[in-house]
Write a protein that binds this ligand. Structure first.
Ligand SMILES: [Cu+2]
Length: 149
């Protein structure tokens, strides 16, 4: 390989990388968390519900949740009334992720304390691209279901 060919190769590579960098930085998720709540737990387990809106141009994914309330927080989907743990939830560009009663939810096990209605539970949502987003979930009555109001 002569020098000229090698240089052309390097230039092509560099240009390609620059273009890829530009297009990925414009595909940004823009997340907003709304309507979060936790029904007052009746034992040492609790569920959390919320909606994540993505007004950006890039897809994102919720990959984990952490909270001072529990060291065992997972994300679950419900199918045929059976819940099971998943590794992530999609938050599509221009769409939303709905964690609602009877469906997908955040699961808190082995609670360190039992929060009461009127209190707040802080959680940190971890997204693949947007990083960590902190939200406070107000504790509502055990049967609270905003969709039924
Ligand atoms: Cu669950």
């Amino acid at each position: 390989m002569n020098h000229r060919t090698a240089l052309a190769g390097v230039l092509a590579l560099t240009t390609g990388l620059t273009l890829a960098g530009c297009s990925s930085s414009s595909d940004k998720p823009e997340l907003k968390v709304v309507g979060g709540f936790m029904p007052q737990p009746v034992n040492d387990m609790a569920a959390g519900f919320l909606v994540v809106r993505n007004n950006g141009t890039g897809n994102d994914r919720l990959t984990s949740v952490t909270s001072p309330l529990s060291d065992d927080v997972t994300i679950h989907e419900t199918k045929d009334q059976v819940m099971r743990e998943v590794t992530s939830f999609d938050v599509p560009a221009g769409g939303e992720l709905d964690l609602e009663r009877g469906g997908s939810h955040i699961m808190f096990m082995k609670l360190k304390r039992q929060p009461k209605e009127g209190q707040k539970v802080s959680v940190e949502l971890h997204f693949e691209k947007a990083g960590a987003v902190k939200v406070d979930l107000p504790v509502k009555e055990t049967t609270h279901n905003p969709k039924k109001q």
